[in-house]
Design a protein around this ligand. Structure first.
Ligand code: F6R
Length: 241
């Protein structure tokens, strides 16, 4: 694991955006695994800025997002598809037909998950997977459990995740209770993984991810087994190391 210590969120975003930028320049038809949430917002802003300056070209890039709330469609402002469109895709020259997010409106979980695994497989594999880190150690919506789930699956969100994500909804009752998420196997099969972690509230879980035992109780701890992981974190998030 390579750990990059950034002074603050701004520097963290720029550093992680630099790594993604290098990936797109080196392999213009790469497959990016993308994340939502507050951690990557600064990265996406930076990528848009570089695109507008003519330094980046997304025309041949494909993207596969980690997860989507079950029951939310692309027009719902809280859906992850909506997030990706408004925070990145609408502002760069990516072909939206090659941007994938699990279909939150598919009522049959088995079908939704199988369809998504097929998309991942057909893409030929993720070149670079961007991850945020949940307060309970989740990556994607792979919540603490007694196993590492392999493929895309429908998950019951942990109470702590519902609590953490209620800030994006008008009330906690509005937070969907389930999501479709890429599994740990698909994440671990990415050639390169970049994890962005910001803030003191993530310091204790980040310490467990990097220094603790590898256990599905802390899903992100499995990243210790990947051969090409960069953790880009700010000083606050690294304060317990
Ligand atoms: C988002 C995702 C989640 C978030 C995590 C951290 O697509 O899969 O794992 O990355 O919950 O969220 P933030 O960045 O909002 O703290």
């Amino acid at each position: 694991m390579v750990i990059y210590r950034a002074k603050n969120y701004k520097e963290l975003s720029r550093k992680a955006a630099n790594i993604i930028c290098a990936q797109v320049i080196l392999k213009p038809n790469c497959v990016l695994g993308l994340a939502t949430g507050s951690s990557p917002v600064g990265i996406y802003k930076q990528l848009i800025d570089w695109y507008k300056k003519g330094d980046l070209d997304f025309s041949r890039v494909s993207s596969i997002n980690l997860d989507e709330y079950r029951g939310l469609g692309p027009d719902n402002e809280q859906s992850y598809r909506y997030f990706m469109n408004t925070n990145l895709f609408n502002h760069v020259n990516i072909d939206k037909a090659r941007t994938y997010v699990p279909n939150g409106l598919e009522p049959d979980p088995e079908k939704a998950c199988l369809d998504y695994d097929r998309i991942i497989e057909k893409s030929g594999g993720i070149d670079l997977q961007l991850l945020g880190l949940g307060h309970n150690g989740h990556i994607g919506f792979n919540e603490p459990s007694h196993v590492f789930p392999r493929g895309t699956h429908c998950v019951d969100l942990a109470p702590s995740t519902i609590e953490a994500n209620k800030r994006f909804f008008s009330s906690e009752a509005d937070v969907p209770r389930q999501a479709y998420t890429m599994g740990i196997r698909s994440i671990m099969q990415a050639k390169k993984i970049v994890v962005v972690v910001s803030g003191e509230d993530k310091a204790e879980i980040l310490r467990q991810v990097i220094r603790g035992p590898i256990t599905p109780d802390v899903p992100a701890s499995v990243l210790q087994l990947h051969t090409d992981v960069v953790i880009v974190a700010d000083e606050a998030a690294l304060s317990q190391m």
